[in-house]
Design a protein around this ligand. Structure first.
Ligand SMILES: [Zn+2]
Length: 169
């Protein structure tokens, strides 16, 4: 899968009752998404498309890891991710996200871009609190953050930003 291609399924061209696709969501994929929280990762995505008389049923699954900042020490960490979801796709007049499980797309060109569906599926698999394994954190940074948070008044404390920048220096 070349990342310069959009992750688009040509549903109109599908002839088989069941078709399976695989995509690699790699560093280049995440970096290409503007405003994305996750910028690096290595995730395998599998998309199974079942063609029915009135619509398509998609089963989306992702598995791999993404790189995020550790909540405890702010250093990059590998967060394993695994998630799956279902999506029904119908042909209609205009594009419309009816709800989380149903999207209508125009019959022409009959293509569904999966980029954000697969990205969101991946990001939703990241636990709210994600930290390095015990003992794997940057000890110096953890100590600094702990002493800082003890005296911290608000989350928008400018010292917080300054400290976050420290790891790049
Ligand atoms: Zn850590």
């Amino acid at each position: 899968m070349n990342v310069s291609e959009p992750l688009a399924l040509d549903l109109k061209a599908i002839e088989n009752q069941v078709t399976e696709y695989q995509f690699e969501l790699n560093d280049a994929f995440f970096a290409s998404l503007e405003g994305a929280m996750v910028q690096q990762g290595d995730v395998r995505a599998r998309v199974q498309v079942r063609k029915l008389s009135s619509h398509f049923e998609l089963h989306l699954a992702v598995e791999g890891y993404v790189q995020v900042a550790c909540d405890r020490c702010l250093e990059p960490m590998r967060q394993p991710v695994e998630n799956e979801s279902r999506l029904s796709v119908k042909f209609g007049e205009a594009y419309e996200e009816v709800n989380d499980e149903l999207v209508v797309i125009p019959q022409v060109p009959g293509r569904l871009d999966l980029t954000w569906y697969l990205y969101e599926l991946t990001v939703l698999a990241i636990p709210i609190r994600h930290v390095h394994e015990e003992g794997a954190c940057n000890a110096d940074m953890t100590a600094r953050l702990e002493s800082l948070s003890a005296g911290r008044q608000a989350t928008d404390d400018p010292r917080w930003e300054a400290l976050k920048n420290l790891r790049n220096n």
